[in-house]
Design a protein around this ligand. Structure first.
Ligand code: G6P
Ligand code: MG
Length: 227
């Protein structure tokens, strides 16, 4: 494992790391689960975090024992319905929904000349970054539509390092989702889990919330672990 001084890039998840939008995704999925007659639980909500649109719908159906009840066309319609509801929730999205400390953290990274890429599974991520006024800080973005496998597969984090011309080992990935931490770990990058450490126990470094995420704190945690 590399030392903090060898780190050259940061790979960001978006929903639940930079933006307070994972609650909107959850709200829209919860609404659809109700409509499909699948009981919503916190555990189901955690399973869906970081997971792409169709994979999320399939997880919900499986959770409710309804995985064989719908045709592909019907499933596409339900996924579109969820997205329409999600987009309505984004209507009023602005800078106030940037999670605590994240704007300063991203600006600090840019000021220190770290390379920054986006590793979000969301096809709505360009819109969200624009609305938050943060798009200009990202050197590169992975387009989730070009991926063969979604999180927890490592592909998205491997690509997020590659588009910066870096090795994953030279990068730190930041995630609020268990599927995302698994993805970072599989790529070889250092994983920072933000949120409940019990849910994110696989992460190399844990922070309880985004306000703790600073370059100093990451360095301190890496020094403690002797990366
Ligand atoms: C992110 C969110 C998930 C969401 C996925 C796909 O990873 O954490 O909750 O399902 O993106 O988002 P999309 O906006 O493309 O439906
Ligand atoms: Mg997330």
């Amino acid at each position: 494992m590399v030392k903090f001084a060898q780190v050259k890039g940061f790979l960001f998840d978006l929903d639940g790391v930079i933006a307070n939008t994972s609650v909107y995704h959850a709200k829209a999925w919860h609404q659809l689960a109700d409509e499909l007659g699948v009981t919503w639980t916190e555990d189901l909500g955690n399973q869906l975090k970081g997971v792409g649109r169709m994979d999320s719908l399939n997880l919900i159906l499986k959770y409710g024992g309804k995985e064989n009840d719908y045709t592909e066309d019907e499933k596409i319609k339900y996924a579109e319905e969820k997205n329409d509801n999600y987009l309505k929730l984004l209507d009023t999205l602005d800078k106030s929904e940037i999670l605590p400390g994240m704007e300063d953290f991203i600006k600090d990274l840019a000021a220190h000349h770290y390379l920054i890429s986006l590793a979000s599974s969301s096809k709505n991520s360009p819109l969200v970054l624009e609305k938050l006024g943060l798009a200009q800080y990202f050197d590169e973005k992975v387009d989730p539509a070009t991926l063969k496998h979604g999180k927890p597969d490592p592909e998205i984090y491997t690509r997020a390092a590659e588009v910066l011309n870096l090795k994953p080992e030279e990068c730190i990935g930041l995630e609020d989702a268990s599927a995302g931490v698994t993805s970072i770990n599989g790529s070889g990058a250092i994983s920072v889990g933000i949120g409940d450490p019990k849910v994110l126990h696989e992460a190399d470094i844990n922070f309880n919330d985004t306000s703790e995420v600073t370059l100093d704190n990451i360095k301190k945690e890496m020094d403690k672990k002797k990366f």
